[in-house]
Design a protein around this ligand. Structure first.
Ligand code: ADP
Ligand code: MG
Length: 261
């Protein structure tokens, strides 16, 4: 028997008030992959992430992590099974400092909650603080450690959000439009940060509109439209696919899509 996939999305359907948003969708993510999930606006990409992370219950189908069925598992428990995510809209504790936000991401790895509940200012030498500081330094964010995140530029806040998601040491990291709103320099920094995260052993599943970004980052692409899979393969393969071209209605898949949600 071969090893089960890291993530298996098996014949999943999701209805919102009778409206089918995801229909019998199946795909797998193997450990070590950098997989992109793409599709036109409203195709159901964020919904797929919300189903994987347990924000919504499924209408039908199953979700497995390393062969274990997590379909019924509470959202907050999924992090213990290796699933972490960033959101399409940044979710940080806006008045807390960068390091305090990073430390919030550590909680699934803490053996006792009291370690982390001790106010940051009283535990300057704790291993958690050290780890958070090292992570900030590796991500070239050390200079922002003590700054409340609501005083920081958007691109920096996005990188802090990403670091927070990684601090839980997930097996699978879900990224919903990580490059949206970033300038070219920030986009390049994000690319490097994601490659470093992948090199540290974390599998990436990325939703992204910027096809140039996807092409550079990802080794395989799953394309959905109206909640159904229409193509799967390398970027070159899906780019040539007639169904994909039709779904994007001439909005050249090879170039940056102009719509962002
Ligand atoms: N909570 C919800 N209730 C009702 N409809 C929703 C909800 N979330 C998403 N949808 C609908 O599902 C479809 C897919 O949305 P979404 O997953 O956000 O698409 P994408 O991320 O690919 O742009 C859209 O038509 C959207 O309006
Ligand atoms: Mg979306």
């Amino acid at each position: 028997m071969s090893k089960p996939a890291l993530l298996e999305f098996a014949e999943v359907s999701k209805l919102f008030g009778g409206l089918a948003v995801i229909t019998q969708l199946s795909f797998k993510v193997d450990a070590g992959e950098r997989l992109a999930l793409i599709g036109p606006n409203g195709a159901g990409k964020s919904t797929v992430f919300n189903l994987i992370s347990g924000v919504y219950p499924l209408s039908a189908g199953r979700i497995l992590i390393e062969g274990k069925d997590i379909t019924q598992m509470a959202s907050r428990r999924r992090i213990y099974h290796g699933v972490s995510r960033s959101f399409q809209n940044i979710r940080l504790m806006e008045h807390q400092t960068a390091i305090e936000n990073i430390m919030l991401g550590q909680h699934p790895t803490a053996s006792s909650l009291s370690d982390l509940l001790t106010p940051y200012r009283l535990q300057r030498r704790s291993p958690w603080v050290e780890e958070a500081k090292e992570a900030l330094a590796r991500a070239k964010l050390a200079q922002y450690a003590e700054r409340p995140v609501n005083t920081l530029p958007y691109g920096v806040r996005k990188r802090i959000d990403l670091l927070r998601a990684v601090m839980a040491r997930p097996k699978l990291l879900l990224l919903d439009e990580p490059a949206a709103g970033l300038n070219p320099v920030e986009t390049e920094e994000l690319h490097e940060q994601l490659m470093a995260i992948h090199d540290s052993g974390i599998t990436l599943l990325v939703v992204e509109h910027d096809m140039h970004f996807v092409d550079r980052l990802c080794t395989r692409v799953v394309v959905i439209n109206f909640g159904e899979k229409i193509a799967e393969g390398t970027m070159d393969e899906v780019r040539r696919d007639a169904k994909v071209r039709e779904a994007y209605l001439g909005a050249e898949v090879a170039t940056e899509a102009s719509d962002a949600s």
